[in-house]
Design a protein around this ligand. Structure first.
Ligand SMILES: NCc1[nH]cc(CCC(=O)O)c1CC(=O)O
Length: 324
């Protein structure tokens, strides 16, 4: 059995390969089992339309899950916020490693903060959630729909040094925007945090459900490698699991996906799980912020918290407001 190896699937983007590489290295460190990385192309990587029109959620995750089903890999690492809330039959999230920074980050020209951007400045984001919350805080700003990987999006900022190491892929001109908004976690994982000019306070910008968290998925029954399964248990972080369970239960009960103008953030404070949420009118002219807490610090308790807060939002008109 000295030839035992595990295989781990990844999308091809820099963020995906970095995240997968980190998880694989940790699993190897704990289990001592060597591994091979399997590159999987996904629809989300080859389609170029605006992200919010790509036909629902899960375009990034589907091909990776298919590879897992078919046995082309034993594990898959997902950004949890890109993962649909319905768990497919036959697959389980075996570990949610300790969550990174949950916040959104402003990457602006000339070191500017959100409040300092000149009137009418352009802010690039493909996320209705980010767009609505930016407009709620600064109705004068102009949102520009952008997509692409993290490096490409950073390169859209005027004078951004990221243009130099962009490799020229699809970009020749100078940056054309005053700022873009990206997840702090992704920037930090790629070593690009020097581009951040402001970590946006969740009071102004609630992150996407699951933002900053990874999910390591396996087939029901495990990875096929007992010592890797044991390593996954070691890697799983209880507080992260509670938080993402509450956030995703809220999103699921709202029947919304990652393209909806919905933000949610759960945090464990001592004996209490706090869930903050926001539903926005996409143009930012109205937002509904609601919070709830539970002292039942179990996965079922976290799930019930998310469902209850979603039902409160729905009773108060969140579906109409957010266009769900
Ligand atoms: N939708 C793309 C995506 N999926 C996960 C991250 C960042 C890392 C994370 O939130 O875990 C990003 C980029 C971004 O939103 O800036």
């Amino acid at each position: 059995m000295s030839a035992e190896r595990f295989t781990i699937g990844t999308r091809g983007s820099a963020l995906a390969t970095t995240q997968t590489g980190n998880v694989a290295a940790q699993l190897h460190e704990i289990s001592q089992v060597p591994y091979d990385t399997v590159l999987v192309k996904t629809e989300g990587d080859v389609t170029t339309g605006p992200l919010s029109q790509l036909g629902g959620t899960g375009v990034f995750a589907a091909a990776l899950r298919q590879a897992l089903y078919e046995g082309n890999c034993d594990l898959a690492v997902h950004s949890l916020k890109d993962l649909p809330t319905t768990q497919p039959e036959g697959l389980v999230i075996a570990a949610t490693p300790k969550r990174a920074d949950v916040r959104d980050a402003l990457c602006a020209r000339d070191g500017l903060f959100l409040a300092e951007l000149p009137e009418g400045a352009t802010v690039g984001t493909g996320s209705p959630r980010r767009a609505a919350q930016v407009l709620a805080f600064r109705p004068d700003l102009k949102i520009v729909d952008i997509r692409g990987n993290v490096g490409t999006r950073l390169g859209r900022v005027k004078g951004s040094p990221a243009q130099k190491d962009d490799g020229g892929v699809g970009r020749t001109a100078q940056g054309d925007l005053d700022a873009v908004i990206l997840a702090a976690a992704g920037l930090e994982r790629l070593g690009l945090e020097s581009h951040i000019t402001e970590y946006l306070d969740p009071e102004i910008m609630l992150p996407a459900p699951g933002q900053g968290s990874l999910a390591v998925e396996v087939r029901t029954g495990g990875s096929g490698h007992p010592s890797v399964d044991a390593a996954l248990e070691t890697m799983d972080d209880g507080d992260t699991r509670l938080a993402i369970t509450a956030e995703r239960a809220l999103l699921a009960r709202l029947e919304a996906g990652c393209a909806a103008p919905i933000g949610a953030l759960a945090t464990v404070h001592g004996e209490v799980l706090v869930l903050d949420s926001v539903a926005c009118r996409p143009d930012g002219t109205d937002t509904m912020r609601r919070s709830a807490t539970t002292q039942t610090l179990t996965v079922d308790g976290a799930h019930a918290l998310g469902v209850a807060l979603a039902e409160q939002l729905l009773r108060e008109g969140a579906a109409d407001l957010a266009g769900l």
